[in-house]
Design a protein around this ligand. Structure first.
Ligand code: SF4
Ligand code: SF4
Length: 103
């Protein structure tokens, strides 16, 4: 469980951040277990908590290490330019993330 939103120097300097495509995420929480800065949260499903759970990244704290990309068994995580995180998260089509650059 992410413990806060205070960004570290490494997070401020990260050129890329991890981004979870929620439609591909099963909520397995493998990424939560491996993130070295504990910046990934489980999000309960809207109707069925376990069946519909996903995870989301507190991007302000992500240091761009790519570990979660390597471990996600469903290919649900991509690395995107840090400056695109906010518009992509807001669903702006013009800011769609590029093809996954991790792994
Ligand atoms: S490891 Fe992948 S599928 Fe599992 S919760 Fe994280 S993003 Fe979702
Ligand atoms: S890239 Fe690294 S710091 Fe960022 S969410 Fe993934 S494991 Fe955590």
């Amino acid at each position: 469980m992410a413990t806060g939103t205070v960004p570290s120097d490494a997070a401020k300097k990260a050129r890329q951040k991890a981004f979870i495509e929620s439609d591909c995420c099963t909520g397995c929480q493998v990424c939560v277990a491996v993130c070295p800065v504990d910046c990934i949260d489980r999000v309960p499903g809207p109707v069925y908590d376990t069946l519909q759970a996903t995870c989301t990244i507190v991007d302000e704290r992500c240091i761009g290490c790519r570990i979660c990309v390597s471990f996600c068994p469903w290919g649900a995580i991509s690395m995107i330019p840090a400056r695109q995180v906010a518009p992509v998260a807001a669903g702006k089509p013009s800011a769609a993330p590029p093809a996954a650059s991790g792994v």
